[in-house]
Design a protein around this ligand. Structure first.
Ligand code: DAH
Length: 350
């Protein structure tokens, strides 16, 4: 019997050693410990032994089984370890040649976003991220946008159900949560948190219930700017935007501002730019965003009372800029992750 036990142990050891996957493991485990496994078979032999040998043989079988179970436990830990490594993907190969900047690609939206941030940070703007989920108050009311305004319609805005609660975005009343439709919300969050002087830039994703076509997509990116201080004028606004477009597109670029209406500005303007550097579009005025002086009601909603304080804000679409500068004619390309498209944008090129 004891020699039979040694044989079983040796066979189990070899089987466990050969296991390389979880399926193998389950099979081997049931062959050894299962209802028809080798240990059950051994136990069945016990009653046939002389009475005095039974206790010691039973103990020997159990001791052997304990050792086999220990081997199985170690094997399982090994398999789980391999599974974790596999789920983490390829380890870094330190023998690979370093990649040159020429071979690194960067999504065109990231390139434009980074360039905008760079230009404005040289002018003393800091970059602030807001929240993509907002309350109606931040997205509309605080920005002086009345309930009757068409942008608040649920054909245009993504609303969350009344029952939804989001821990880190607090509501003021029984308003609903929305996916922000504009980065202008960050004006409000910033002014509620800090006092002038303020000089911030806020790039980020916005959401609108648009049908998808070559120029519309339900998610896109905007970049908002806000400057608040004493004696800020339209003249400051125009010079900053002018400077920005010259830096972005070239010294021969210029802007114009056309009077327009935005609930949160007074006065408000549409911004157009033109540049000789734009190939087919050279010298055509192209609409690129909105801007204006911060409306008194917006200041009031943020608790700013002083007459001396004034400010301007502007907002532009990042996809639109990227499409114009890179000659991209379909907004959907930005979101398809097609490597043939992405590989055209080297990190090293503008
Ligand atoms: N938030 C506006 C939009 O999404 C753009 C805009 C217009 C931003 C005027 C501004 C502004 O800061 O002053 O269409």
């Amino acid at each position: 019997m004891i020699s039979q036990l040694d044989k079983v142990f040796e066979e189990a050891r070899v089987m466990i050693f050969g296991v390389s996957s979880r399926i193998d493991f389950d099979n081997v485990r049931s062959k050894i410990l299962g209802p028809n496994g080798v240990f059950r078979e051994l136990m069945k032999l016990l009653p046939g032994l002389p009475k005095e040998e039974r206790p010691s043989t039973g103990q020997a079988i159990n001791a052997c089984k304990d050792r086999v179970e220990e081997m199985l436990k170690n094997k399982l830990a090994e398999i789980e370890n391999h599974e974790t490594i596999a789920s983490l993907g390829q380890p870094i190969d330190p023998t690979l040649m370093p990649i040159s900047n020429e071979e690194i690609f960067c999504h065109p939206l990231t390139k434009i976003r980074n360039r905008i941030i760079e230009i404005f940070s040289n002018l003393g703007f800091s970059t602030v991220e807001g929240s993509e989920i907002e309350t109606e108050w931040f997205c509309f009311d605080a920005l002086n946008t009345p309930e009757s305004h068409p942008s608040r319609d649920d054909h245009d805005t993504f609303y969350f159900g009344q029952e939804v609660s989001i821990e880190n975005v607090s509501k003021r009343s029984d308003e609903q949560y929305v996916l922000r439709t504009q980065t202008s919300t960050v004006q409000i969050r910033t002014m509620l948190q800090s006092k002038p002087p303020i000089r911030i830039l806020s790039p980020g994703m916005v959401f609108r219930r648009d049908a998808i076509d070559a120029t519309h997509y339900p998610t896109f990116h905007q970049c908002e700017g806000l400057v608040v201080d004493e004696r800020i004028t339209v003249c400051d606004l125009k010079s900053i935007l002018d400077f920005f477009f010259k830096k972005l597109i070239g010294e021969n670029s210029e802007i114009r501002m056309r009077p327009s209406f935005f609930p949160f500005t007074s006065p408000g303007f549409e911004v157009d730019f033109r540049s000789k550097n734009l190939g087919k579009l050279s010298n055509r005025w192209i609409e690129i965003g909105g801007c204006g002086m911060v409306a008194p009601n917006v200041f009031k909603n943020c608790g700013y009372g002083s007459d001396k304080i004034s400010g301007f804000a502007f907002g532009m679409g990042i996809e639109r800029l990227a499409m114009l500068l890179y000659g991209i004619d379909d907004i959907r390309l930005f979101f398809q992750n097609d490597i043939r498209f992405l590989k055209q944008f080297k990190l090293s090129m503008f």
